[in-house]
Design a protein around this ligand. Structure first.
Ligand code: NAP
Length: 311
């Protein structure tokens, strides 16, 4: 219905958005959840999640988000697949453009997440969850006593490499040049770690073996000599940064120098009635549980906001 005004629209159906949907659903606010291009968020791309409290044996990432989805539906959340292309937040009700539709809402929770940056190789894509990962915390455990590779030269790559030394027998850090963006302290820590070996000026051309559905080697190329060779490894971890899905709010909401939404008091943006939670506003923790936690906070703030403004 074109004239319908929603109480709350939640942009994004990862951990943050789904938790916000459960809470606002239980508060009888009939939330509308807009599922973007990655329904389920980053968890839908992982395999076993072993650090979400309450699952002593672990739970598959896609199952976890599917459970949250069902839980939200049980409390009256409505789901719609759609990408918000524009948001007018200058007055209330806010107006969101989704395809040809205009959705009016009294409050908005932005939980659009962040997407890992990938190299963009088809073989990389095919092996995500089978040895290709962008999350050492999630998947490092599976490579106990194995040799693994980390791609990148910033703090994320150093952090991933250092974390992986807890499990892997050897970590090779592959970077496309010999200068590093990483902070000196992180770089020093990685450089002096006995398990970490640096391979600068090198790029990944292909991940093998797609047929076998597991990572067995990387085809590498030295950017100076042009030499190409197969480098045996059991896993490839990407540490080349994340991209917050907040580009459409540039100029409307405050973002930091990396494009993440800035919040105060945990989940408040600069616009009353607009809240941000999960990875779109968090470049530091980026965990399923922290995303759920801030999703809960945003939902409680929405309730308070609607109460104070008389809906
Ligand atoms: P970043 O600093 O932007 O570094 C990204 C790295 O990935 C760079 O070395 C870049 O290479 C490389 N890269 C990007 N695209 C690539 C591609 N297509 N192929 C190969 N390599 C590619 O990102 P980040 O490491 O995620 O850090 C982001 C921010 O978070 C930084 O401010 C960082 O300090 C902060 N952070 C802090 C911590 C910590 O303090 N514990 C941990 C994580 C992140 P080039 O250098 O050649 O461009």
């Amino acid at each position: 219905m074109a004239d319908e005004i929603r109480n709350v629209v939640i942009m994004g159906a990862g951990c943050a958005g789904l938790t916000a949907a459960i809470y606002t659903g239980r508060a009888n606010l009939k939330p509308l959840v807009l599922e973007g291009h990655e329904p389920g968020g980053q968890l839908s791309m992982t395999t076993l999640v072993e650090n979400f409290p309450g699952w002593p044996e672990g739970i598959q990432g896609p199952v976890l988000v599917d459970n949250m989805h069902k839980q939200a539906e049980r409390f009256g959340a409505e789901f719609r697949v759609g990408q918000v292309s524009a948001a007018n937040l200058s007055e209330r009700p806010f107006v969101l453009t989704v395809g040809k539709e205009q959705i009016k809402t009294r409050s908005l929770i932005i939980a659009s997440g962040a997407s890992a940056r990938w190299l963009g190789l088809p073989s990389e894509r095919a092996l995500i969850g089978h040895g290709v990962s962008s999350c050492a915390t999630c998947d490092g455990f599976f490579f106990r006593d194995k040799e693994v590779a980390v791609i990148g030269g910033g703090d994320s790559a150093m952090e991933e490499a250092l974390f992986l030394t807890r499990f892997a027998s050897r970590v090779t850090l592959i970077h496309r040049r010999d200068g590093f963006r990483a902070s000196k302290i992180m770089l020093d820590r990685a450089k002096t770690h006995e398990k970490i070996h640096f391979m600068p000026n090198t790029v990944v051309e292909e991940v093998m073996d797609v047929q076998a559905k597991e990572v067995t080697a990387l085809k590498l190329r030295n950017v100076f000599t042009g030499k190409v060779w197969d480098f045996p490894t059991s896993a490839m971890f990407l540490g080349i940064g994340h991209v917050p899905n907040a580009a459409m709010f540039q100029g409307t909401l405050e973002t930091d120098e990396n494009g993440y939404l800035k919040t105060r008091d945990y989940v408040h943006t600069g616009v009353p009635g607009v809240f941000a939670c999960g990875d779109v506003a968090d470049r530091r923790y980026r965990q399923a549980i922290t995303a759920s936690g801030t999703g809960c906070m945003a939902a409680i703030e929405v309730e308070k906001f609607l109460e104070e403004t008389g809906h």
